[in-house]
Design a protein around this ligand. Structure first.
Ligand SMILES: [Zn+2]
Length: 240
């Protein structure tokens, strides 16, 4: 590792420690608004121990990181864990930094958008592929460009005419051969008003704005179709 890399990662560590301190101060002084009820002690202990069983997507994580009570409990638990296991307490694990930085982003968002829905709420959107070609191997024609935000998206797809029911794999990929999967999900098509539809959640939060492909693969026939897709930056955070 070069000296430069070491220097810059040290600077990053300092920056992250600073962010964490700033965030903790705001939470402990009651400036944040936690959503939902306080999770139970076992969960907080899991957070304090950075248990792998706890998923970062768990809304209770979001709560705990914005609640003065929970944060106090976690800090106290961490203190005792630290004295038990000094070695493990050295520094912060990458997982914890991800939580803290992610939560700061979330709480900053809420701080500026107190009256709007939290950042975790997925953006609902519908993509209508009804009148696109369904010839296998053929390029889908006359498709208005599909536009999705770089966010957690709750996507409803109206499948092309003559699509069959059953399971589909929906993916956002870099290219038309299915490489560079950005997000994917499995959904079962359901009939609605004579159309086959499917609903799937795609996490595009970490996707950079740009050109991608939306693919639907009929699991039964293993037929994949690719549609040009644009991902745009999610609404910028505008303080007011
Ligand atoms: Zn709480």
């Amino acid at each position: 590792m070069s000296l430069f890399r070491r220097e810059s990662s040290r600077a990053e560590d300092r920056f992250e420690a600073w962010l964490k301190r700033m965030h903790q101060e705001r939470v402990l002084s009651g400036q944040t608004e936690p959503a939902g009820p306080c999770p139970d002690e076992a969960f907080l202990r899991g957070v304090a121990r950075r248990s792998k069983k706890i998923r970062l997507s768990d809304p209770r994580i979001d709560h705990a990181a914005n609640c003065a009570n929970c944060m106090n409990r976690i800090l106290a638990m961490r203190q005792s864990i630290r004295s038990e296991r000094k070695k493990l307490a050295l520094g912060l694990s990458a997982v914890c930094l991800v939580i803290v930085v992610g939560v700061i982003a979330g709480s900053q968002y809420r701080f500026h958008h107190r009256h709007t829905v939290g950042i975790a709420a997925p953006v609902s959107t519908t993509v209508d592929l009804w009148s696109t070609g369904t010839f296998r191997g053929a390029q889908p024609g006359q498709l208005q460009s599909v536009l999705l935000p770089a966010a957690s998206v709750s996507l409803t797809i109206i499948l092309p005419r003559f699509s069959t029911p059953g399971q589909y794999l929906v993916a956002v990929t870099r290219d038309q051969s299915g490489n560079g999967v950005v997000a994917e999900g499995i959904a079962t098509a359901f009939a609605s008003n004579g159309q086959e539809k499917l609903s799937v959640n795609l996490n595009l939060r970490s996707a950079k704005a740009g050109a991608y492909f939306l693919s639907t693969t009929d699991k039964q026939h293993q037929a994949a179709y690719y549609y040009p897709l644009q991902i745009r930056q999610s609404t910028p955070l505008t303080p007011h």
